[in-house]
Ligand binder design. Sequence first.
Ligand code: NAD
Length: 170
Amino acid sequence: MKRGLYVGRFQPFHNGHMQVIESIVKTREVNELIIGIGSADTSHDLRHPFTAGERVLMITRSLNGLAIPFYVIPLEDVRRNALWVAHVKSMVPPFDIVYSSNPLVIQLFKEAGIPVHSSPLYLRESLAGTVVRKKMLEGDTWKESVPPEVESVIAEVHGIERMRQIAKSD
Ligand code: NAD
């Protein structure tokens, strides 16, 4: 039994994240996957518009029917990077491999002696959280960048209206 951990902020969960998960499943490297939602304690700002709970919904609904069991676990940030891996380990089931292309995440897990695999980046110019959030805010077409389940969670929580409200100046 091997378990993998894929960590991200998922603000929002988009098709690039989905492709990474599908490619992890295809490799058959792991029998189970943990999806760690980073910065779980941050929401309602333009870089982190969605709460941890909203991101749990986006991911759980999008992965319905995934070929392997998965766990979606929110992870609050900690002020000291040197302690973060221990914090993550205390919050999630035991894991053997980490999946990430984030340089800091890679460095911290490698220093802790945990193997890290990096998937290729899919359409990074368009499938990046920053790009998707900018399109949402500006009324550009963003729906094709996310799974349909994410689009419906964003509609359910009035996510676009939230982003436009918090982008205003007083
Ligand atoms: P993200 O949502 O931007 O990306 C998640 C993963 O998906 C990354 O590995 C990224 O490279 C990959 N990805 C994104 N777009 C892709 C695409 N188009 N194709 C393929 N892969 C793609 O999240 P992130 O910034 O990597 O999240 C890291 C989290 O870990 C953050 O929440 C951060 O705060 C947390 N963290 C916390 C600490 C601490 O608390 N001290 C330390 C390190 C990291």
